[in-house]
Design a protein around this ligand. Structure first.
Ligand code: DXP
Ligand SMILES: NCC(=O)COP(=O)(O)O
Length: 255
């Protein structure tokens, strides 16, 4: 039987909409409560250094007012480490950040930043948070994540989703999916829990859910966009159904 696959709902882009007008609505905490009703297992929120969407008060309220565990995405900076130490979220996902980028364009260079990441992982783990590293599906990065003591890796699915959306690029999509399968299998062999996310839609989630070693998906931007048309609860339920359909096609995990 296929193993369980958790859904983390990323509510960043509720805050993007709120901040576009400088109002107090729409409220990411309200979105998080709806996600809970719709069956999500955790809430993901990315506190960017430039606070372009989620702000400090959102993190405080998500911790205090929402029952679901918080997976806080952040860069491994001193400022963010101090914030995480104050709130002690259930999980922290360390991500790369570039001020000019439109979204998180790639994974962390875990190999190149090993020393600073080792220290950040140690601090966060000592404070009681599970630490994952947001990486490209690449064997070197997976192995280094294990060496540094990360509990989990989250594989960046953006390249796969982009290839699926690009007409006539089936070969590239297939190659990206192969990389994700290989990295997920290696992570599990090394004892590192495997998550995935970025850019997933109803059309692309099935193939990722079918990767048997992946146990958590984090999905946001598409869901918040769909919520405009169908409501957030319905959007999340449809995503859950698409995930379940994909998972039902997953072979048994090799390990
Ligand atoms: C880290 C990541 O995958 C992002 O999807 C993020 O959580 C959404 O925020 P940005 O679109 O601002 O990167
Ligand atoms: N880490 C990925 C995430 O939280 C959601 O990414 P997206 O669905 O907003 O692209």
């Amino acid at each position: 039987m296929a193993r369980p696959l958790r859904l983390g709902v990323n509510i960043d882009h509720v805050a993007t909409l709120r901040n576009a007008r400088g109002t107090s609505y729409p409220d990411p905490v309200r979105a998080a409560r709806i996600a809970a009703q719709a069956g999500a297992q955790n809430i993901t929120a990315h506190l960017r250094e430039d606070r372009r969407h989620i702000v400090d008060d959102d993190i405080a309220r998500l911790m205090d007012e929402v029952e679901l565990p918080l997976n806080m995405e952040m860069a491994a900076t001193e400022e963010m480490l101090a914030i995480a130490a104050r709130h002690r979220p259930y999980a922290v996902c360390l991500v790369p950040e570039k001020r000019e980028e439109r979204t998180t364009e790639g994974g962390l260079d875990v190999v190149g930043q090993a020393n600073s990441l080792r220290e950040a992982i140690a601090q966060l783990s000592a404070a009681g948070s599970r630490v994952s590293l947001f990486i490209e599906p690449d064997s070197k990065q997976v192995r280094e994540a294990m060496t540094l003591g990360a509990s989990a890796v989250e594989l960046h699915t953006g390249a796969y989703c982009d290839a699926r959306l690009a007409e006539g690029d089936a070969n590239r999509a297939e190659a990206e999916l192969d990389r994700i399968h290989a990295a997920a299998e290696e992570a599990e062999e090394l004892g590192v829990e495997c998550h995935a996310g970025h850019g997933l839609t109803y059309d692309t989630v099935g193939a990722i859910a079918a990767v048997p070693n992946i146990v958590e998906l984090n999905i946001g931007h598409f869901l918040i966009g769909e919520a405009v048309f169908t409501g957030l609860e319905t959007a999340i339920q449809r995503m859950r159904a698409a995930m379940d359909a994909g998972r039902a096609r997953a072979p048994e995990a090799a390990t």
